[in-house]
Design a protein around this ligand. Sequence first.
Ligand code: ARG
Length: 576
Amino acid sequence: MTTVNLRAALETALETALATAGASASSAAVRQAAKPEFGDYQANGVMGAAKRFKQNPRELAAAVVEAAELDAVADLEIAGPGFINVRLKPEWLAATLNATRAPLTPTPPPRTVVVDYSAPNLAKEMHVGHIRSTIIGDALARAFEALGHRVIRQNHVGDWGTQFGMLVAHLADADGAETGGDDGLADLETFYRAAKVRFDGDPAFAERARRTVVGLQGGDPEIRAAWQRFIELSLAHCQSLYERLGTTLTPQDVMAESAYNDDLAGIIDALKAKNLLQESDGAQCVFLDQFKAKDGSVQPVIVQKSDGGYLYATTDLAAVRHRSERLAADRVLYFVDARQSLHFQQIFAVAAAAELSRPVVSFEHMPFGAMLGKDGRPFKTRAGGVVKLADLLDEAEERAAAQLAERDTITDPAERAHAARVIGIGAVKYADLSKNRTSDYIFDWDAMLALEGNTAPYLMYAVARVHSLLRRAEVDFDAALAFPIEAPEAGAEHQLAVALLRLQEVVVQLLEDGLPHHLCSFLYELANRYMKFYEACPILKSAEPLRSSRLALSARTAQTLTKGLDLLGIQTLDRM
Ligand code: ARG
């Protein structure tokens, strides 16, 4: 049995009614009701349809209400200039909740989706700047899988370019004391800085670094081996952070820039064959009319430098071809900083012009804004340096541990340490995911760890509250999930029942727009509705069958919150 997409089902039914009423091919624009007093959903599309068909909107709304056939609906009410408010039948809500106990089921047909995310530059240690791509991309990868799609994760790490010559040269003679330990890379950030200082201050070293780059590019086996060792150490560092963060990336998902090296000459040939290449100052460029600078001149996309070297853009063109042809993607999503928007517009346009991909593949840049400090400036350490991701996660766990110590609700030390990790990491992730990714956001420890408001701790607390209720009732969680649900009472119970049916439609929407903050808002609303229900409706003191039904609604709330948080890569707790 599949879970209904309630919003879509209402929309389809009302669009059929619109067609019967003479407004064919109109969108009913069904949304969640703006206020629960208005009902459960509302259709906003009638006014637009009336305009198109030159009808009176309220008359058209009346005709739609007349024509609509909806088992689920108790009442359709016309409001204002032609909105239709939809109130669902309590018996239908109960029957639907009883028919499917899965809050989410796959939506065939399965598509192949490539998700490009995280992708740090391996020359340096992961820092806060990598957190958004890693967290948001991972949430989307999980959500696609939950709806039955085939996801191919691509961690397009930066492992090529001149910096690596400097690092490999430094690694070669800095092994040991100077860099702290035999791998010399215990602290990647310090290692990078030390290499850079030598590079800037010591001409002989700089010269060696340059020769190392040439050797690396020319395939010198010894230099290649040293580079390989550096890359492996740096990737191991990333992997340990992925695991701490609870992201699903594995070493198999790494498809580094260097993996495309052998394809780059072929990309230049393909561009040449389509007559897209033009030489400018010795460099090979593609000029497309749509990329005009302010002064009206066309901005080039440089694909090969005058010394024959290739660029970031060339590699991305090769990646487009790989994803279309070898990975057979239907959609390719890039979770990359908004500052790279022009880069991706150019890549997608050049790739289309050169026919590097099958025309049906959809390439989508999913940009995100910056993480800012409370002062509204880029998030930095007190000393003004970049904040290492590892340090940020340490602090999150420490703050969560301090909070738990103060509350003293968990006494077992191991359980408390586990809870501190779950809450600390969950709070950081949720704070990010709950903001519209397209804007910058302010990183605020106190706000993200608060037990009230749209935060991970609040949602976790709602889950823990259900578990504690079931413990008091001496009912097993899975047993409670299976108890039959009765037609809900008007008010808080009705509103909770409707929210329990909405995860499917919310996740379907998420796959379209890649905006996880809508999922967060939904989870927050569900938790709020549960808290109101908990206050308004007696559970343990009710007589059967109401008591069991309310325990079931409680268990279903925890199940749905847990599922939703799991899609976001956030764990929950039985006790908080
Ligand atoms: N390594 C790049 C950076 O740090 C991000 C790569 C994103 N993915 C891509 N296909 N360009 O800016």
